[in-house]
Each structure stands twice: as structure tokens, then as C-alpha cells.
Design a protein around this ligand. Structure first.
Ligand SMILES: Cc1cc2nc3c(=O)[nH]c(=O)nc-3n(C[C@H](O)[C@H](O)[C@H](O)COP(=O)(O)OP(=O)(O)OC[C@H]3O[C@@H](n4cnc5c(N)ncnc54)[C@H](O)[C@@H]3O)c2cc1C
Length: 308
């Protein structure tokens, strides 16, 4: 490294607490940047999308953020937990398989060993986000005074809104143990008191321009429960991909829960996605291509759930 390179290298700070990290960010403003695994930032610097800042605030030294903890009401994933650690965590694999499926489809193993789940969420377009949204994930973030807890869906909207001000310091992600309805539920005509068996279904899809190691065009996560009569009892759908801010399709969910999955419902779901979902276009795919892809993926999953 020559003298000029040394002079232009960023200073790297190693805060021990969220408060220290926050203060550093406040002190350096636009000259300072939070960094976790640095895998996304590196691509931005190397491609010239953004310049290397003067100060890097290394979040990996903040204590207590690189563990997956199982609490009474949910799992808390520290923001510094690597994608590889998420992918191989047996508890997450068993209880939140869409998350481990999503993480497995991100980049390559060498990158997943460095990249963190906090960095993926903080990028606001990470491919893990739709899977987290489908589980009603919440986040804990530091606001300069206290640790705040908020649904991931509203956190994304806030963090994406320049009018809301500064970058947020994300600490952890919580996956609640919310249960869908019981396996056997009395439903239908009360006098007959029929017992209907409820089946749970779920899937995560990443559609890219090739099978693996590819940027996403669409990412889709769906979780639901369906009765033996083919009636949708519960449903959560989340979409993202490319540079689109991932979102839950709450209007569609509300519209079709309680209805039987038939041809008409599949058409309704398909049409609603075309209307409700507004993906961003980029050099890889147009907005309408992404919409149609998302609508096909979700309609196919609903059809499979009913057929099975
Ligand atoms: C070859 C390659 C392929 C890739 N493929 C994919 C892919 O398929 N899907 C995908 O989703 N991503 C992909 N990525 C991008 C990246 O690896 C992941 O999104 C990763 O999870 C980012 O995590 P990180 O810890 O490296 O984040 P960093 O690069 O450290 O940070 C990302 C952004 O988040 C901010 N940040 C980080 N942590 C926090 C925090 N705790 N609080 C607030 N702000 C924070 C940083 O300032 C930065 O703006 C790829 C990257 C490479 C190099």
C-alpha cells in the first residue's frame, strides 16, 4: 500500500455498544457508515456506485449481537449473525424454514460466511426479507436513546423514507412463535359440528435469471393454512426482489382468507397482485415482467396447497 492509499483508507471504529456506534455516526454524519459483513458495501465501492467513506463504524464489535437466542415468545436473531449461521441453525431450519431457504439462495458460501442478516435487512432489498415478513418478524433498533421494537414491515417503510431522517441502527430481528389455528378446528354448520382438518403450507421462491448465484427478479414467501374443504384459513404473502422494497400483500390476504381455493380465487389472487404490487424495474427486468412472475408464483402455490 502506498502513502496515498494509506491516506485515503477509511478509519475503522470498533464500538462496544450500540450507544457508542450511534454517537460515532452522529459525529461523522455522511462521512461515517455502519458496516457489518461489508459484502454489499464492497460491491458498491468496487462498482463505483458509492465512494468509500472516511469512517467505517464496525458493528461486529457490539456485544451480544451475534447469537440466535430462543425466548418464550420467539427467536431473537442478533443482527451480526451471519447468513451461514442462520442457514445451519437447526432450530431455524425446523421452525422457520422459509428463512433458511431464503438465506440458502443468497450469494455463495464464501460470502454467506461474512454477510449478516442485519446487513441483509438494512440493505432494505435483501432476499431474506420476504421470508421474515411472512413470519411477522419484528426488529429491535437503537434510536439514540432507547432500543425500540417495531414490526419489520413498518420499520422498512420508515427506513426507506428520506423524510424520516437518519439511518437506523438495527440490533436484532425477532421471529415470533405465532401459531396458526389449531390443527383440528370445528367449522361449518355448528349443529353438525363437523371437524375439519387444517393443513399448513409454506414456500419461499427466488426467481432469477439463472438457477443459482443470481440477483433476484422476484422473491416470494407464502405461508398459510387450508381446511380439508379447501377453504383458506390463514394466509401471509410477501414479495420483493431486485431493488423493490419488500412488502406484505395485506389487501389480498384479507380478501381471500375464508374463501375456497378454486379457479375464481386463483384468478382473483393473480389479478390483485398485478394491481397491488409495484416492483421497480432495472436493467434485468421490467416492472410488468416482475409482476407477472410474482402473480404466477403465488397462484401456483395456492393451487398446490388446495390440490394437495
Ligand atoms: C457476489 C455477491 C452476491 C450477492 N448476492 C446476494 C443475493 O443473492 N441476495 C441478497 O439479498 N444479497 C446478495 N448480496 C448482497 C449481500 O451479500 C447481502 O445482502 C448481505 O446480507 C449484506 O450483509 P452485510 O453484513 O455484508 O452488509 P454490509 O455490506 O455490511 O451493509 C449493507 C448495508 O446495510 C448497512 N448496515 C449494515 N448493518 C447494519 C445495521 N445493523 N444497522 C443499520 N445499518 C446497517 C450498511 O451501512 C450498508 O448500507 C450479494 C453480494 C455479493 C458480493
Amino acid at each position: 500500500m502506498n502513502a496515498q492509499e494509506i491516506m485515503s483508507s477509511p478509519l475503522v471504529w470498533h464500538p462496544q455498544t450500540a450507544a457508542e456506534a450511534w454517537l460515532l455516526k452522529q459525529s461523522y454524519g455522511f462521512d461515517g457508515l455502519y458496516i457489518s459483513g461489508g459484502t454489499l458495501l464492497r460491491t458498491q465501492w468496487e462498482s463505483g456506485v458509492s465512494a468509500i467513506p472516511k469512517h467505517l463504524i464496525n458493528l461486529s464489535t457490539i456485544r451480544g449481537l451475534n447469537e440466535v437466542k430462543i425466548g418464550e415468545s420467539g427467536v431473537i436473531i442478533g443482527g451480526q449473525v451471519t447468513l451461514q449461521a442462520c442457514r445451519t441453525n437447526a432450530f431455524l431450519q425446523r421452525n422457520f424454514p422459509l428463512v433458511t431457504d431464503a438465506v440458502r439462495a443468497i450469494a455463495a458460501p464464501s460470502i454467506r460466511h461474512l454477510a449478516t442478516i442485519g446487513g441483509n435487512v438494512s440493505s432494505l432489498v435483501g432476499d431474506a426479507i420476504p421470508a421474515l415478513l411472512a413470519y411477522d418478524a419484528e426488529v429491535i433498533w437503537y434510536n439514540g436513546a432507547i432500543e425500540q421494537r417495531a414490526p419489520l414491515s413498518s420499520y422498512l417503510l420508515l427506513a426507506n423514507d428520506p423524510a424520516q431522517g437518519c439511518e437506523r441502527l438495527l440490533l436484532s430481528i425477532i421471529l415470533p412463535f405465532t401459531r396458526f389455528k389449531e390443527e383440528n378446528t370445528a367449522c361449518g354448520d355448528e349443529e353438525e359440528n363437523t371437524i375439519s382438518k387444517i393443513k399448513h403450507f409454506g414456500a419461499y421462491h427466488k426467481v432469477g435469471r439463472r438457477e443459482a448465484f443470481t440477483p433476484s427478479i422476484v422473491t416470494a414467501a407464502i405461508l398459510g393454512a387450508i381446511s380439508s374443504a379447501g377453504v383458506l384459513m390463514e394466509l401471509r404473502i410477501a414479495l420483493g426482489g431486485g431493488q423493490t422494497l419488500p412488502q406484505r400483500l395485506e389487501r389480498l390476504e384479507a380478501e381471500i382468507v375464508g374463501a375456497a381455493v378454486d379457479h375464481q380465487l386463483l384468478q382473483q389472487a393473480y389479478d390483485c397482485i398485478l394491481q397491488e404490487y409495484e416492483p421497480r424495474e432495472d436493467l434485468f427486468a421490467s416492472s410488468s415482467y416482475r409482476k407477472i412472475t410474482a402473480a404466477n408464483v403465488i397462484a401456483a402455490e395456492l393451487w398446490k396447497a388446495a390440490r394437495d
